[in-house]
Design a protein around this ligand. Sequence first.
Ligand code: 6GU
Length: 287
Amino acid sequence: KHARNTYTFETAQESAQYLLDRVKIRPKIGIICGSGMGSIAESLVDKQCFPYEEIPHFPASTVKGHTGQMVFGYLQGVPVMCMQGRFHYYEGYPLWKCAMPVRVMKLVGVTHLIATNAAGGLNPTYQVGDIMIVKDHVNMMGFAGNNPLQGPNDDRFGPRFPPMNKAYNTVLMEIGRQVAQEMGIDDIVHKGVYTCLGGPNFETVAELKMLRMVGVDAVGMSTVHEVITARHCDLTVFAFSLITNLCVTEYEDHGEANHEEVMDVGKARQPLLQEFVSRIVIRLTDI
Ligand code: 6GU
């Protein structure tokens, strides 16, 4: 009588099985490539690509010409699976649909998730092109009563009331910090608090002032619901934001956030981000 507001365990299993039947590798690391960061997926060796529309039960894409595919392959010799393109709330999907590929990754055998995104920098010490390792998030959409875990809980994924105080793994954050040091980019790598708003519009000045007051360092339109879903099914999470623009928090400031800038900064930072992710992935093979 009621439309289901979540996928069943079995549908997620069917999606996972479709992939398992077609790939030989068994990645333990899943990577979600944020806006302008698809080249991480493109750089994989011995790639196998599965457009989302071909995978059973995946949400139907709303954006034409927008690559959306699951890519399997080796990153510096390490087997990984990447989401090249993700589902955003502003496209019209409910949060549980946006986050469902994370459960599919889990059922494929992934234990560690690396989630990346493009975000606006709200911390005044951040600059365009900086990297922010996410140490915590504020689930603004959750405050408004929207959460990817709403609806019947299937204990095979995880508990009804999952804790969220250790969402971002301390060991992985330390690895991120060490990798930044090794690469000599310590000065542009921060640790901060991320929040996700529904979008698609960028924020007003008053909204950004409010977010800054509650301790948010970077603002975006993704990741939080994926991380909640990942933690629910006990994936170990590392997330970082590429700061693609600085949030305008003064009425006198006439700059405006725009999508082109977000994509351009993403593109310009590709080599650096690829190296950052590769080095982290290599380090993950020994833990
Ligand atoms: Cl300023 N806001 C949001 N919500 N998402 C962004 C952004 C800003 N810049 C890049 N992505």
